[in-house]
Ligand binder design. Structure first.
Ligand code: SAH
Length: 243
């Protein structure tokens, strides 16, 4: 259905223009900018010529959650591995999967700001995290060049994958980011109420669960089931108090 490039808090308009140009080169059309430091469509098309078909449709969002609400598969990007374990992947290895998932639902490909990359909270929203291989001493690419390299892999992988497999009639399709956030919220609430966390850090436990569920690609029905488990844990804890 769609693949959207999401720029989280881009600081430099010239980089936005560079991204637009790379997208035009590789046939990508949808761009969302989240809380950009500067934004001016006229200047962007002045730098990236013949890109009105992309620039006219740029979506602006105030928060990353807003930008990702409808996404069914969220792929982040990072120049280096951080402390927390995540589902790190190489662009070439993931490109065909991204193409396939963009036919089944909405894929968001998220890039971080020039000076600090994506925050831990932003990476928590991502099912997989792409790392472009580089010289280890110089792993941080220019934002637009990172977009170009990943778009290029997507371009090469395009058309290779067969049509999506048939799905059961009852299948609701992949869960959206908003549905998943609700699920994680319910699960965290439930686990808190049964005092699961104790000495464990809730953020770390939730991060591991996100990594695990991120690998599975939950459909909407499955996400609802897990969400209900969270709610039922909470209800169970409430009943213990009433007794
Ligand atoms: N100093 C930041 C680098 C930010 S570069 C840091 O250490 O994280 C800006 C953005 O370009 C990154 O957030 C990421 O989206 C993308 N990027 C840069 N280098 C990359 C690489 N090697 N692999 C994947 N994405 C990269």
């Amino acid at each position: 259905m769609s693949l959207t490039v999401v720029l989280h808090e881009p600081q430099d308009l010239v980089n936005i223009a560079g991204v637009v140009r790379a997208m035009a080169n590789m046939g990508l059309l949808r761009l969302t900018v989240v809380d950009p430091a500067e934004f001016d469509p006229w200047r962007i098309t002045g730098i990236a010529h013949r890109t009105d078909h992309i620039v006219d449709r740029i979506r602006r969002a105030d928060t990353l959650d807003e930008a990702l609400a409808d996404a069914t598969y969220v792929v982040g990007t990072s120049a280096r591995a951080r402390t927390a374990q995540r589902n790190y992947r190489r662009p070439r290895e993931l490109a065909a999967t991204m193409q396939r998932r963009s036919r089944e639902g909405s894929v968001a490909l998220v890039f971080g700001r020039e000076d600090r990359g994506l925050s831990n909270e932003a990476l928590d929203r991502c099912h997989d995290v792409l790392v472009i291989p580089t010289d280890p001493e110089h792993s941080s690419l220019n934002l637009a060049q990172a977009v170009l390299l990943i778009s290029y892999e997507l371009f090469l992988a395009g058309g290779v994958e067969p049509e999506p497999l048939p799905r059961g009639k009852r299948s609701l399709g992949p869960a959206t980011a908003a549905e998943l956030e609700e699920m994680y919220g319910a699960l965290k609430q439930g686990l808190t109420r049964i005092e699961f966390f104790k000495a464990r850090k809730p953020e770390s436990v939730m991060r591991v669960l996100r990594t695990v569920f991120g690998r599975t690609g939950l459909d909407a029905h499955e996400a609802r089931l897990v969400r209900s488990i969270g709610y039922e844990l909470r209800n169970w804890a409430d009943r213990q108090i009433d007794k």
